[in-house]
Write a new protein. Structure first.
Length: 440
């Protein structure tokens, strides 16, 4: 009986103990909306947080910069402070939670900024999202398919990737959401070797990447809520460059949108890109001539796979001389994937494939692009489509737009945040809706 009495005495103490003995974690879960503020200028910011198996997981969005649902880095809680980091510590939010409000300091390497967020009820989206898998040879691609609610069937767009390790989040997620809200289904997926997709883009050529998109096309053609005759492709930068290759491989692509892509051999495009980047830094005269010679040498090494040691020696001499372009043109290490990858794509010429495209085409070029060969590409595509008799094409140049189509404000006050080129997303949607309204 004594032991029983001691047990109930301990239990009574626990039940009567102040609640602070067992502190509760801050209630961070949910959908947050608000702004980042710098020098009185605001930009919308979105945050989603959930707790899974004891760990915090979430995503963020900068809608004006066409970034949506991009995975966060770390979330740390040391009451009353909450610290949230972006991927790769690209930014941090350090603030205090007060019921349904979260506010504090925002740091991204720029001038001082603050943030304020409010937890709101998540809206019911006018579309559904399906996780999808599809296969190209021994590679499995993982993606998301956004389909408008309703009976359908709906037109659809497959989003192609730019250069490098692109996942389905960020810009692709922004446009996918934008399209699906306006009656156009969208398929976005992790590039091979990124996210949940297998394979390795660094060991692949453009034919392999085009094959991944064709596998996505086969998947969509079997979906009961997708109009199999109204599936098109949208590619930006590298994606816009290989878009005609994909369309040339099948008659099942209903339309092609190429943004900031090239239509000259890739090795020539690389020379153009490096040259314009050097000029953008104010290099001119004899120094520019030396930079151009070094660029030619770099691309020759990349095409042939030989001569790296001589190239590296030339670069070290340039750096020692204090050439203003040396830091920009430093060669990749000899064992970098770049050399073998570029050798695979160097001779690719989109012009060869534009000749085989006979569906509606929208070509968009950025007026201030320092990467893609804008003028030469426009001339080539225009000439080819006229020559081959494809009368349904539109070529537009967006004045003042940079390569990524996100306007970067100048450094002069008052401060402005970067933003997607005004009207760009609506332009894409309107063009697709108009073209796909016609009987196919």
């Amino acid at each position: 009986m004594a032991s029983v009495r001691r047990f109930f005495a301990v239990l009574l103490l626990l039940l009567c103990a102040p609640s602070t003995v067992l502190p509760q974690a801050p209630q961070l879960e949910g959908h947050w909306q608000g702004v980042i503020v710098r020098d009185s200028a605001e930009t919308p910011f979105l945050l989603d947080l959930e707790r899974v198996d004891g760990n915090w997981r979430g995503s963020f969005g900068f809608p004006e910069q066409r970034v949506l649902e991009y995975p966060l880095g770390k979330v740390n809680i040391a009451p009353p402070t909450v610290t949230i980091a972006g991927p790769g510590d690209s930014f941090t939010l350090e603030g205090t939670l007060s019921q349904d409000a979260l506010a504090g300091a925002f740091k991204d390497g720029g001038s001082a900024a603050t943030f304020r967020l409010k937890r709101v009820r998540r809206e019911e989206r006018p579309y559904t999202t399906e996780d999808v898998r599809f296969v190209n040879g021994d590679v499995t691609l993982a993606g998301s398919l956004d389909i408008p609610r309703g009976s359908g069937p709906f037109p659809a767009v497959i989003f192609l990737h730019g250069a490098g390790p692109e996942v389905r989040w960020g810009a692709s997620r922004f446009f996918s959401d934008y399209f699906a809200r306006r009656g156009i289904a969208a398929l976005i997926y992790d590039k091979r070797g990124t996210g949940q997709s297998t394979g390795d883009w660094r060991r692949s050529d453009f034919n392999a990447l085009a094959g991944d998109a064709l596998a996505a096309l086969r998947l969509l053609k079997t979906h009961e809520r997708i109009d199999s005759k109204k599936i098109g492709i949208y590619g930006h930068s590298q994606g816009g460059t290989i878009a005609p290759l994909i369309a040339s491989e099948t008659r099942e692509v209903a339309f092609v949108i190429s943004a900031a892509g090239g239509a000259i051999p890739m090795w020539q495009s690389e020379i153009h890109s490096l040259h314009t980047q050097v000029m953008a830094r104010g290099v001119q005269g004899d120094s520019l001539a030396r930079a151009d010679a070094f660029i030619d040498q770099t691309v020759a090494v990349a095409r042939s796979g030989t001569g790296w040691m001589q190239l590296d020696s030339e670069w070290k001499s340039a750096e020692k001389r204090g050439e203003p372009w040396a830091a920009l043109l430093r060669p990749a290490p000899e064992d970098s994937y770049f050399w073998s990858f570029f050798a695979k794509i160097a001779e690719y010429n989109a012009a060869d494939y534009w000749r085989k495209v006979n569906v509606p085409v929208l070509v968009i070029q950025a007026g201030e692009d320092i990467y893609a060969p804008r003028d030469r590409s426009i001339a080539v595509i225009h000439s080819i489509l006229r020559e081959t008799g494809n009368a349904d094409f539109t070529i537009l140049v967006l004045p003042g737009a940079p390569h990524n189509l996100v306007l970067q404000p100048d450094a002069n006050p008052p401060l402005k945040w970067p933003r997607l080129y005004p009207g760009y997303a609506d332009l894409l949607v309107s063009w697709i809706q108009y073209r796909m309204a016609k009987p196919m």
